[in-house]
Ligand binder design. Sequence first.
Ligand SMILES: [Zn+2]
Ligand SMILES: [Zn+2]
Length: 242
Amino acid sequence: MPYYCPRCGKETVYSEELEGLCEDCFREKYRIPSLNKLDVDIKLCPICGRVKFGNKWVRGNIVNLKHVALSQLKKKKILRGYDVRIDLRNIGDNEPLLSQLLSDNYIVIPAEIYKRDIMIQTVTLEIKINKQVCPTCRKKATGNYYEYVIHVRFTGGKAREKEVKVRNIISRVLSYAKPDVFIDVRKIHRGMDIRVSDRRIGDKLLHRIIDAFNTDARQYSERRFESTLNRYIVVRKATVNI
Ligand SMILES: [Zn+2]
Ligand SMILES: [Zn+2]
């Protein structure tokens, strides 16, 4: 017995999923006429490129951007009962995408609206960017997030000269570090306390100072609870007499 779509009369295969309709009529029934554009707002840290996902800041790669966008779309009333699908290939590659987002503050990509695995319509999805410095970068910038501490102590004379030399070494090391690396320098009596947000860069800096002054360092480690990461981190500490 052939089966005919009760709406348009076309011969079709009966499917409960499609409420007995042919695919075209099902699509027609559930099309959202007022919908041709969707937008989401994403908070992106301009320093480290992380994006805000719920209460967390996650790496700003394509997969995470997609998760953030889809989780926001899920909350839209107009899409209740529908699924939105984004093809990752439409978004591009990680690096160019991030720099485009940071310079244009938005990207536009196609998205597909589905109901019960039937593609109902395509829409334009605009991902808008709100630049916001993430809590970790904010802490790093103020010297309150650090993975490495170098206590430089001046022994003997020429303290001013030594300080200038150390500051020059710091500038050189910073010049090739990533933009989310911060070095906080506090001048104290007969010395400098240097906090570095990145352990690898801290280690490099320590060795540059040791080499430049032909000395060595007393080193130790400490565990410190880092609230923005919600975990303990190891902080390396070193004292250098120059
Ligand atoms: Zn039909
Ligand atoms: Zn950041």
